[in-house]
Design a binder for this molecule. Structure first.
Ligand code: 13P
Ligand code: SF4
Length: 352
């Protein structure tokens, strides 16, 4: 039986932070796009650089990453790819924690990002001083943090997880009867707790993008498309996850579109993922899961505003000027890489 272990958190609520509007980039003509892409390819070559992009970034960046020998991936694979590749410069198109993870694991390499202000609501809502005090209050707990956190928060943890491996790692810790302090995404935390029965307490963070998906509207859409499979990222609310046919990381959701027999899919995650899904399964119909912003003003509905800060234009700028380098001190990197490497080693063992 799954115990209900939702303990009250004797700690301040998360700090207020600004969610920016989704950036609107000036549209480029086909020729302008081609010129930019050619110049980026050239600069990557000259600087022995490789582009690593997340599935939520602009489709042009995702395609360029693949065309130039880089990769487009989920956050777990992005970390792995940068470490295995011998490029001297890693250009990370995604959000700040992804660039920081690359720098932590590859401190000797230069890590650039198109926009250093591209952060994440989970990271913003989990300042390391508050999180560290929370951990101090629960010294008997194993600290497991989601990758969407700062280098300092990672350094305070025992394990780092991504959505691609959270379930397996929590299952492993639950089998060892460890008490777990989980942060910062409460929805992902509750989801893995429900499946594993682990003894967990939670930091109350959330993703402002995935929190926008709404269960009642989703039920309506499912009735209109009874043959559609529902794919949900586990940062979504519990009542949305409950309606899912598949819950998983961005990679797992993409795989579901290509492997399930359904012709229609309702997808509850950032719309940037449609780029890869359409490439791999052009014959399938992909529908966006409804958000609270339908018919209203919405800052972030199904489009992460921070992921949107990456474009061909600012990617070309950073390569040209060598700006926006991610800095993580070697001392901090040494501490933060312990829990990340623990996750990567665990993933390797699982695979083999
Ligand atoms: P993935 O690890 O599944 O790619 O998720 C990262 C993320 O930020 C989702 O919002
Ligand atoms: Fe963070 Fe949510 Fe954006 Fe992912 S989609 S980077 S969790 S704010």
């Amino acid at each position: 039986m799954v115990p209900t272990i939702t303990k009250p958190i004797p700690f301040p609520s998360i700090p207020v932070f600004q969610v920016p509007p989704h950036p609107i980039w000036p549209s480029l003509s086909v020729t302008e796009k081609e010129i930019l892409k050619t110049s980026i390819k050239q600069m990557l070559k000259e600087q022995n650089g490789v582009l690593v992009a997340h599935y939520y970034t602009d489709g042009a960046l995702q395609d360029l990453a693949e065309e130039t020998g880089g990769c487009v991936a989920d956050s777990l694979e992005m970390a792995r790819f940068g470490t295995d590749h011998d490029a001297e410069t890693l250009v990370v198109a995604g959000v700040r924690f992804m660039g920081e993870t690359s720098k932590i694991l590859n401190n000797e390499k230069r890590v650039l990002m198109p926009d250093l202000a591209a952060t994440c609501s989970l990271d913003e809502g989990c300042p390391h001083d508050l999180f560290s005090s929370f951990c101090d209050q629960h010294p008997d707990h194993t600290v497991v943090v989601y990758a969407n956190t700062s280098a300092q928060v990672k350094a305070r943890s025992d394990w780092v997880v991504t959505s691609g491996i959270a379930l397996q790692i929590i299952q492993h810790l639950a089998e060892k009867k460890e008490k777990i302090l989980w942060g910062p995404d409460k929805h992902l935390g509750r989801y893995v707790q429900k499946l594993t029965g682990a003894d967990m307490i939670f930091w109350p963070g959330s993703c402002v993008v995935h929190e926008e998906f709404r269960s009642v509207a989703l039920e309506r859409l499912r009735k209109l498309h009874p043959g559609a499979a529902v794919l949900v990222h586990p940062e979504s609310r519990e009542d949305v996850i409950e309606q899912a046919d598949v819950v998983g990381s961005t990679t797992a959701l993409i795989k579901a579109v290509t492997t399930l027999p359904n012709n229609e899919f309702i997808i509850a995650t950032d719309a940037g993922i449609f780029n890869k899904m359409k490439q791999l399964a052009p014959e399938k119909t992909l529908l966006e899961a409804p958000t609270v912003g339908e018919g209203a003003t919405c800052h972030s509905c199904a489009n992460c505003p921070w992921m949107g800060m990456n474009s061909l234009q600012n990617l070309a700028e950073v390569l040209k000027n060598g700006t926006n380098e991610i800095e993580v001190s070697p001392e901090l990197a040494l501490k933060a890489q312990i829990p990340i490497k623990r996750m990567l080693d665990f993933a390797k063992k699982l695979k083999s």
